[in-house]
Design a protein around this ligand. Sequence first.
Ligand SMILES: [Zn+2]
Length: 289
Amino acid sequence: MKKTIIQRIKAAAVLATAVFVGAGCSAGSPAQTSEPPVTAAISADTADSGTITETAPEEPVTEETERKPNTVRTAEELAGKKVIAFTFDDGPNTGVTNEILDVAEQYGIKFSFFVIGQNINDETASAMQRAHSLGCEINSHSFTHSDMTKLSADEIKDEMDRTAELIYSYVGEYPKFFRPPYISVSPELYAAIDLPFISGIGCNDWEDKVSVEKRVRFLTEKCPDGVIVLLHDQATNEKTAEAVRQAVPMLLEQGFEFVTCSELFAAKGITPSPDSEIIYSYATESGWK
Ligand SMILES: [Zn+2]
């Protein structure tokens, strides 16, 4: 990890100009960091001579000061840039989720995770909290991963509320987007859920038969500017972790900025609608290219 410190410091320099998300960021959130206190330092010498000097302690470059959680890059900062949102479904877990986060940390980039409520417990939540502290977005993929179009309005509400409260309890922020399990939607489901719906383009990466090479080729050759990429970080998906390890430096080389879903829409000047029957795969007005 040591050799990546420069990259992370560079990333921090970019993030230093970012703005904080206001409303969603609760006071006392576990992932929040506070600024180092400015204290008055009185040395023995100066105290003896009666001179008191106030000095702010030098801010060490630490994990806390390098990276500011809950920061979003603004549309201005991302204007004219090629942006891409890698999104991962079906976590969190302590294995593959962390392997993917190792890549995010190594390059100082952000992903978005669509978590399943029933997968969240004290152990797996550590990966979710790590993702959040790296600036990744935690979104909802339901509580039980059922086909939500088969559920009653009350059951849908229960799926959404339980997952949202669990996410909030661990990272201090509510989900901003919803990805329906199996991308199964209905007018009733759109009406019942008050979040924008996200789909994305993928390469069937939940199927073991799709090789790492195929995944890498998809990620590096088929993903245009403004796209949401649908991947899976379920516990057995080592192939996607490996594909991400290989594809990220190649996409950075191509000039892509890795952004959260929120940043992707902001970069393209789109306000994703929770009220219309749109499921977004691209940051466009219609959700499609
Ligand atoms: Zn899923």
